[in-house]
Unconditional design. Structure first.
Length: 238
């Protein structure tokens, strides 16, 4: 009769063997250009269509992202669905595939044309996003969502969706430092776009590469991205 110790040793070896032969998709490495830009310069890039788990919301008046219950529930839902999908992909019987869970992203806009990250008194509308691999299907997403509802139901789960999103032509750079310092970086992005004959348009886009709960504020890394369009020459009249 096999001892429990012997069985466990074989299980450990089998697990290591399985992990060694299982393909792992490194999305961060594959899409490094879009998720690890230089902090020393602003660049213009064409962002193609990617698949995302997405969730819309609006922060309560007088609150910010760090104090808003609505926003915190949305963040939990995003990580919940993304890790549930990762494990479902890794453990499926046919063509199991492991992959890196991508960073949390946020599209932000206000009720006016200019979005001010330092003014919590104004409306903070958001779309949270996390990129998903191409092999994640709507059926897999719905199954994962059903599992989340059973574990811990949350109003935010009802707003989750799987959708393709193409941002198109954008300016982007890496902002290093506290979120409150973003306006300085955004000014540099706006100036760069203007010199190249473009203007900022669309929604303020942040990609969170640092954890504000752990990293010192001056070490936080956030990709800042803004869609751009050709600027009209001065004096243009329609």
């Amino acid at each position: 009769m096999w001892s429990e110790k012997l069985i466990n040793s074989y299980l450990v070896k089998f697990k290591k063997y399985w992990e060694d032969i299982m393909e792992k998709l490194d999305l961060k490495k594959k899409f490094k250009r879009f998720y690890e830009p230089s902090a020393k310069k602003v660049e213009i890039i064409e962002v193609p269509s990617f698949k995302f788990a997405m969730l819309n919301g609006k922060i309560e008046p007088g609150q910010g992202p760090s104090t808003s219950p609505v926003f915190q529930e949305a963040v939990s839902a995003m990580y919940g669905i993304s890790f549930t999908l990762k494990f479902a992909s890794k453990l499926r019987k046919v063509d199991p595939l492991d992959y890196t869970v991508m960073a949390l992203e946020g599209l932000w806009w206000g009720d006016t044309e200019v979005f001010d990250v330092n003014d919590p008194q104004k409306a903070w509308n958001f779309t949270l996003m996390m990129m998903q691999p191409d092999h994640i299907t709507l059926e897999m997403f719905q199954t994962a969502l059903s599992q989340l509802h059973k574990k811990k139901d949350s109003p935010a789960l009802a707003r989750l969706r799987l959708e393709s999103f193409q941002e198109g032509l954008c300016v982007q750079t890496m902002h290093i430092g506290p979120y409150a310092g973003e306006p300085h970086t955004l000014s540099a992005m706006k100036a760069f776009a203007s010199q190249a004959g473009y203007r900022l348009c669309g929604k303020h886009h942040e990609i969170y590469l640092g954890d504000p709960r752990k990293a010192p504020p001056d070490k936080l890394k956030t990709v800042l991205r803004y869609p751009i369009e050709k600027a009209l020459p001065p004096g243009t009249i329609f």
